[in-house]
Ligand binder design. Sequence first.
Ligand code: GTP
Ligand code: MG
Length: 343
Amino acid sequence: MTQTSKIRTPIVCVLGHVDHGKTSLLDKIRGSSVVDTEAGAITQHIGATVVPIDAITQMGGALSKLTVSIPGLLFIDTPGHHAFTTLRARGGSLADLAVVVVDVNEGFKPQTIEALQILRNYKTPFVIAANKVDRIHGWRVQENAPFATTFAKQNERVQGIVETKLYELVGKLSDLGFNSERYDRVRDFARNIAIVPTSAITGEGIPDVLMMLIGLAQRYMTENLAMSVEGPGAGTVLEVKEERGLGTTLDVILYDGTLSVGDEIVVAGHTQTITTKVRSLLKPRPMSEILIEEKFERVKSVTAASGIKVAAPKLEGVIAGTPLRVIRGENRDAVVEQVMNEI
Ligand code: GTP
Ligand code: MG
């Protein structure tokens, strides 16, 4: 795996309308239950989870014959509630790839359309998870099965409903200027958006979503990703939090380069930039989510992409949503100016 170690973990943003199943889909992927711990089960923040490639290929089962060269996927959950447009745009701007979750029974809703606009603006490749197929009346559940397997087990009436619902999504996407197809009928992934029928509850279709994401990452991103683990770290501050024994800390998504203990960093306060030195880095263990995991592992250094908690002096007053940059020798003036421009 040495040659793969330089390839950056792609950042995958999960977007979509409220209650269409984004957090549940991630829960199924990471095997935990974040949705149960949320107030009224509504996501009110961006959460980040690293899923290692081994876990992904295991879930992919027979589908995982692809030659995989990425270390894993860093998933970012976003809220679907209409009040959180800024958080969604922030997630969208960080993402290399995205999953748009749409309840197949409800179809497109305002935040589904907003998500597609964000992805179009940033030219982010994405797949659509046509979720909650298990809610189709008469659906016969095949736990965690790839879509083709479970579709073959459904009766003709249910198959017909699935096709009709997908056809409606294809039509809606076409109105919005996107060509799309059921994922197993897509010939050219550069021209067509793949739609994968899923159930976040039964796990059906999830292996296919993961394989689509890995396929997209490999096809379009290997060059970009390969360049992005060396060099000074760059990230976005998701949250500023008090932690007992640590003082003010930053939850950061590092999307580029390396961040190490002892690094000089620059972040944004209300009116000026703040320059400080990293005292400790706390990494959530793989598959756990940075915003709910209590037990962190202390590390000396992290490479992109990672969700990482940064402890350092002088972090009071840092603003969430602003950049974090590592100062390394000659880049000082440039990075301070970049961060200043965000204030
Ligand atoms: P926000 O974070 O508020 O935008 O919602 P969300 O998109 O994260 O939705 P969430 O995962 O919280 O799911 C909303 C509800 O739909 C929960 O009660 C889930 O159990 C249910 N749900 C999600 N996906 C599925 C699915 O595939 N099948 C069924 N039957 N229920 C689902
Ligand atoms: Mg959610």
